[in-house]
Design a protein around this ligand. Structure first.
Ligand code: NAD
Length: 371
């Protein structure tokens, strides 16, 4: 059996609390003889700053480079608000994304039937929703140069951000999205604003070419990003895989997230290029939520986003797709059985602890695997 090399970076706040449930699940999988793992653990964010004066150490970066997958908790908290900008907790996350070349951000928005009433939309619009947003993560307007605020001759200021995309950057994210569409509903929507932006014109051209050359069997729809935002709220189930740039992806993935209820439920994956030597992609998996300082240390955080992020690692990095599907079903099962952490519990009803939810997911997984 292959040994999967994982680097766990729990981080700060509730990060270590939810990561403990991943460690428990990994231990259980090994004990049951389903998979073999080699676990390493490192520091990131405020905890790394306290230990090394940096948001992640070079030694931990080396271990991240060597891992089959990095499993990341969350970083930040008021304790580190005063630290210098370049060593603030988030700098650890940005260094991991940059040095590992993680250009594709995958954010599923799944609405479990048991939680459909927690959505801001009507149940019938979101019940059974299963969208995968593929966001370009290392290019576009967040990184383009010039990026500055200058003072003009008349003393007023002018700010510039630059939206820039090369053909290669668009092609590689399009290929990731088409490949994912092929193993899902064979349907891809590509969102840009070709009506007003040159980057949108090039985006449209490149996605169309890649489609024609390599993925003609996938149903491709081009959609303007503003219309896409509207459609996500109006009739979200029309989408399956959605690919878009860094800026639009930031916004559209947050809209999709809110269709599903709580932040404590949302996993994500960030993927890099395939390494020609090993045939594997660099990859990091993390919940969408932050370190939740308001509930840290109380043992009440919802571990589902963290566990589902580990599920994505099993699916996209470790070749354990069936186990990942069983984990998703186990999560759906505990929700159907009525188990709730405080963030997803109806007001006035009982809720369980982080550990109780993690334990229940493992128990449900045992039942799923026995079927
Ligand atoms: P947050 O996601 O930490 O919390 C927002 C709200 O959601 C809080 O009320 C919190 O209690 C709740 N929440 C979040 N995750 C939960 C979970 N698993 N279970 C139950 N409730 C949960 O966002 P914030 O409060 O804006 O930020 C707090 C800190 O986290 C800040 O320092 C911020 O910079 C950092 N942050 C880090 C990341 C990351 O590590 N990727 C992402 C976002 C924010």
């Amino acid at each position: 059996m292959a040994t999967h090399k994982l680097l766990l970076l729990p981080g700060d706040g509730i990060g270590p609390e939810v990561m403990a449930e991943v460690r428990r699940l990994v231990g259980w999988l090994e004990q049951r003889g389903v998979a073999d793992f080699a676990l390493e653990e490192g520091l990131v964010g405020g905890s790394a700053y306290d230990a090394h004066g940096a948001a992640i150490s070079d030694a931990d970066m080396d271990r991240a480079q060597a891992a089959d997958a990095v499993i990341f908790g969350a970083v930040g908290g008021p304790k580190w608000d005063p630290v210098p900008y370049d060593v603030r907790p988030e700098a650890g996350l940005l260094r991991l994304r940059k040095d590992l070349g993680l250009f594709a951000n995958l954010r599923p928005a799944i609405c479990y039937p048991a939680l459909a009433d927690a959505s801001a939309l009507k149940r019938e619009l979101v019940d059974g929703l299963d969208i995968l947003i593929v966001r370009e993560l290392t290019g576009g307007v967040y990184f383009g140069e010039p990026k500055e605020i200058v003072t003009l001759e008349d003393g007023t200021k002018r700010a510039v951000d630059t939206q820039v995309y090369s053909e290669g950057e668009i092609e590689r994210i399009a290929r990731v999205a088409f490949d994912l569409a092929k193993v899902r509903g064979n349907k891809l929507a590509s969102a840009e604003k070709r009506n007003v932006m040159k980057t949108g014109v090039l985006w449209h051209q490149v996605v169309s070419r890649v489609h024609k050359e390599s993925y003609p069997e996938v149903a491709l729809e081009h959609i303007l990003a503003d219309n896409c935002a509207m459609q996500l709220v109006r009739r979200p189930k029309q989408f399956d895989v959605l690919v878009t740039d860094n800026l639009f992806g930031d916004i559209l993935s947050d809209i999709a997230a809110m269709l599903t209820g709580s932040l404590g439920m949302l996993p994500s994956a960030s993927l890099g290029d395939v390494d020609p030597a090993t045939g594997k992609r660099k990859a990091m998996y993390e919940p969408v939520h932050g370190s939740a300082p308001d509930i840290a240390g109380k043992g009440v955080a919802n571990p589902i986003a963290m566990l589902a992020s580990f599920g994505m690692a099993m699916k996209y990095s470790l070749g354990l797709g069936e186990l990942a599907d069983a984990l998703d079903q186990a999560i759906a099962q505990v929700l159907t059985e009525g188990l709730r952490t405080a963030d997803i519990a109806a007001p006035g009803t009982n809720s369980v602890s982080t550990g109780e939810m993690g334990g229940a997911v493992i128990k449900a997984l045992e039942q799923q695997l026995a079927r």
